[in-house]
Design a protein around this ligand. Structure first.
Ligand SMILES: [Zn+2]
Length: 74
């Protein structure tokens, strides 16, 4: 969840730590523009999750999320 000055995890509400407006804690952002074959055609959905909530979510997957090693650090 983004507001002018802060980013909060949509799941637990925790504030993502930032220093000088730069996040110093990793998190994920999902942005989805729903299309014609969905029930939300024309809706853009966006949310942020902290790492702990991302882990809690992926632990519920029947098929584990794919994980590969990053070749170059971004
Ligand atoms: Zn969270």
């Amino acid at each position: 969840m983004r507001s002018e000055k802060e980013i909060r995890c949509n799941m637990c509400g925790k504030k993502i730590k930032q220093e000088q407006d730069i996040p110093v804690e990793d998190f994920i952002t999902v942005k989805k523009s729903w299309g014609y074959f969905s029930k939300k055609d024309g809706t853009v959905q966006e949310f942020d999750l902290c790492e702990a909530c991302c882990d809690a979510l992926t632990r519920r997957f029947q098929i584990p999320a794919a994980e590969t090693e990053q070749k170059e650090m971004l």
